[in-house]
Design a protein around this ligand. Structure first.
Ligand SMILES: NC(=O)c1ccc[n+]([C@@H]2O[C@H](COP(=O)([O-])OP(=O)(O)OC[C@H]3O[C@@H](n4cnc5c(N)ncnc54)[C@H](O)[C@@H]3O)[C@@H](O)[C@H]2O)c1
Length: 441
């Protein structure tokens, strides 16, 4: 099939590349000329395991193209995916500016029947807005071209995006058109060979499914963090409690690790957007509001432990930080707990030495840009010298079995604050460390 993917970020680039991998002819479009220039030179602008070789292979095989010119991409396409960002607006709602700009451009330049697919995470009712926007442009052109608007929310996880896309748990398709449904099934069949993972539903339910899924996962995280905070008060160990409750199949082990709260490009904005959607429709989403409040507070729990240990005024103290990305396997720092912890420490006069295997550039150029007193280093052991404590904030594999002797020798005092999701906690008290973790006194 001939496909256009509009927006070449995490979702657009991964989706487009995976469609190309299955033999489709895919053109990825982006308004950012630098990004497209880089992609055309074989430089992948994001880090995602397995993405680079797959992009390069499909470009070489002439299955994958990159352009800034939508009209050129749409010329032969049967399906156009909208995969642009839907950032949080000032009032907490998803900002549809980019989605509707794309819809407008599609209406202005489509030349043949087209299936337009909302892959971005969008509020319920957005497909109707996209449809109306395209139709308005077609009417202005006096065009009677046919088109369908389909909702196909994306469930990939950064850090495992290729694997998730190639072997999805489910492919949700919201449509009221038999023609569009058949085409979408044809496109996704190669991804669902072993069993039927195709779930067809009405458009609004598909749009809601994405928000409900993210809100459920965020709820599990905030629930466990709340339990961890109570564990600290009563002298229980949240990690042992996790193992105890996870063994119940109705609860399960996933997403119940106590930690420094969820970040990333999706959960924070989608949880907020769902609260706003409910509000706008006359319903107060109490549980989902609380999920967000618990998470906001959780991001600062590690900073609070450091303040309790070293004092309100941190002038003269240096903290070595391992991990900046919001989770391992990605360079994405959107809403990462590290941003909040580091800013809090720096605002109290502390110096920071920071290391992350992939996210240092993101920190320097965007998320911690302009924050004083941060020294970025290129190896995890380089953060230790002259640091008063080590602070772990992302559960990268390379932090799982470090050389504790080296850490002890280099740190000024053998103090560790561990804010990672704790599936693999260290046993450090007996090695002579003062070990502070979430969910255990
Ligand atoms: N990142 C994830 O893990 C993930 C997972 C599932 C769903 N989503 C959803 O997918 C959507 C995209 O997220 P992302 O993380 O890929 O965003 P992103 O910010 O990485 O990428 C968006 C891209 O769209 C481009 N763009 C903006 N306006 C454009 C236009 N008019 N024409 C062409 N390109 C344009 C931007 O330049 C950017 O490259 C969001 O709605 C997000 O909530 C993201």
């Amino acid at each position: 099939m001939n496909i256009t993917v509009i927006g070449s970020g995490y979702v657009g680039l991964v989706s487009g590349t995976c469609f190309a991998e299955m033999g489709n002819r895919v053109t990825c479009v982006d308004i950012d000329p630098v990004k497209i220039e880089k992609l055309n030179q074989g430089i992948i602008p994001i880090f995602e395991p397995g993405l680079e070789p797959m992009v390069l292979k499909n470009v070489k095989n002439k299955n994958l193209f990159f352009t800034t010119v939508l009209q050129e991409a749409l010329k032969n396409s049967e399906i156009a995916f909208i995969a642009v960002g839907t950032p949080m607006g000032e009032d907490g709602s998803a900002d549809l500016k980019y989605v509707l700009e794309v819809a407008k451009s599609i209406g202005q330049c489509m030349q043949k029947r087209l299936i337009v697919v909302d892959k971005s995470t969008v509020p319920i009712g957005t497909a109707d807005k996209v449809k109306a926007t395209i139709q308005k442009e077609l009417d202005e052109r006096n065009s009677d071209l046919e088109f369908d608007v389909v909702s196909n929310p994306e469930f990939l996880k950064e850090g495992a995006a290729i694997a998730d896309f190639m072997k999805p748990d489910r492919v949700v398709i919201g449509t009221d058109s038999d023609y569009a449904l058949e085409k979408m099934q044809q496109l996704y069949n190669p991804f669902c060979m072993t069993n039927n993972r195709f779930i067809n539903m009405d458009i609004r339910s598909a749009e809601m499914t994405k928000y409900a899924a993210n809100a459920m996962l965020a709820t599990k995280i905030s629930f466990m963090n709340e339990i961890a905070n109570i564990c600290e008060k009563v002298g229980a160990d949240a990690n042992q409690v996790r193992i105890g409750i996870g063994s119940d199949q109705r609860i399960g082990y996933s997403f119940i690790y106590p930690g420094a709260g969820y970040g990333g490009s999706c959960f924070p904005k989608d949880v907020k957007a769902l609260t706003k959607i409910a509000d706008d429709n006359g319903y107060t989403a109490k549980l989902i509001t609380a999920v967000e409040e618990v998470n906001d507070a959780q991001k600062l729990v590690i900073a609070q432990k450091i303040i309790t240990r070293f004092g309100e005024d941190l002038t003269g103290f240096t903290f070595g930080v391992w991990g900046l990305a919001f989770k391992p396997g990605t360079d994405d720092m959107r809403e990462a707990p590290a941003i909040y912890v580091i800013k809090e420490l720096v605002s109290r006069g502390a110096n920071i030495k920071a290391y992350d295997p992939k996210a240092i550039n993101e920190a320097k150029e965007h998320y911690l840009k302009g924050v004083q007193n941060i020294n970025y280093v290129s190896s995890k052991y380089d953060v230790l010298k002259d640091s008063d404590a080590l602070v772990l904030l992302t559960e990268w594999k390379e932090f799982r079995s470090p050389n504790f002797e080296e850490i002890k020798i280099q740190l000024k005092t053998p103090v560790i604050f561990d804010g990672r999701n704790q599936y693999n906690t260290f046993r450090l008290q007996e090695k002579g460390f003062e070990y502070n973790q979430i969910g255990k006194k």
